[in-house]
Design a protein. Sequence first.
Length: 406
Amino acid sequence: MSSMVIIDNFDDKDLMRNYQGGGIFWFVSHNELKMQISLNNKEARKGNCLQISYDLELKHKPHKNIPLMSSSGQIDSWIGLLDYYNKYNTFGVYLTEIKKYKNFKSYDYLVLYVKGDRKKGFTRSVNIEVKDKKFTSVYTIDGITDEWQRFVIPTRAFSGIDLGKVSHVGICLNSEVMSSNSGIIYIDDIFLAKSLNIEQKKINLPFLKEVLNIDGDASDWKKAKWIEIDAKSNLEMGEVSSKEDLSVKFATYYERQWLFIVVDVVDNEVINRQIESDIWREDCVEVYVDPENDGLVWGNDRDYQIGFSPVSDGSEKLQKWSWFQQEEPKDVYVYAVSRLNKNGYTIEIAINWQYLNVDISKTRKFGFSVAVNDFDISDKSSGKLNYCWVKDISSEEISLAQCVLK
């Protein structure tokens, strides 16, 4: 059995057929309400995404009638579904049919990407629905923004249905949970995952055998194994329009006292005007470390999010900040140098194991990731790439890449 099953990635130009070959349907609970679905390739993470445009504001008192369905489906086969939704009034529904029942029991997570439209507005909450032949189970996701986010829902959260025979997965815009009754939301890459480990990565960290100068020059990293981060696979939030806009590669070494990291960033506008805890708002490299390799917990002072903003034409020096410790680390513990080049910038970083509370004679594995924030003045766009950032909304731990000392 595959560790991942795509329900729909919306890259097929046939709007009314999903990746599984099943039909796509949508309907509203009253004929005064408006809902429209379409494919969109400008807002997509890659390829196409689903655009749901809606206006669910009733001008008159709701009627207790059978909902008006608007889809390419055959209404006769949906009477049971319509009876279920007749309990509600002000909402619209998008549902994708699974032609052959899927056994959700064999998968741990249902994953999808969602964002709202910055100009038209959007709801911050929607219901995710999973249906078997007779019943529907609902799970509310909250915190939608105008940037792509990955929502991870444990399949065990869908109760009261036969998870062995799931026939539909959908999005329900229910007025009881919505923060806005009109706007646009975008959906991309709905899939089942047997384990979140399918998205996690492993880094073998080599021991440094030579002298390394921390001077912002990556020429002495020629023998290192570079790891690339790109918008196609590593976009955490925001927008990255091209490789010239933002693309990243990094490499790592270690020795008895220090963890060494070099980050080479292609960036068409290098902007650093922020200080201290605000440096993430513009161009900034972030290093995440989970010393105990048990999942990073946001704000936990035993974990680390250390940021470095590059020297740019308008800034005097590199800025650095450790958010969870709420301090600017001293150079004896965290030292970094940045250097501009014609395509962007390079930052070399040395972090003392003592600062991370890591004893490398006892600790041989830890959680690790590199992220880069990008901000452009020309179009006021922003985006963030993160090498490995796996968030399960059912728990507070964030899984980073597993870094193994060799």
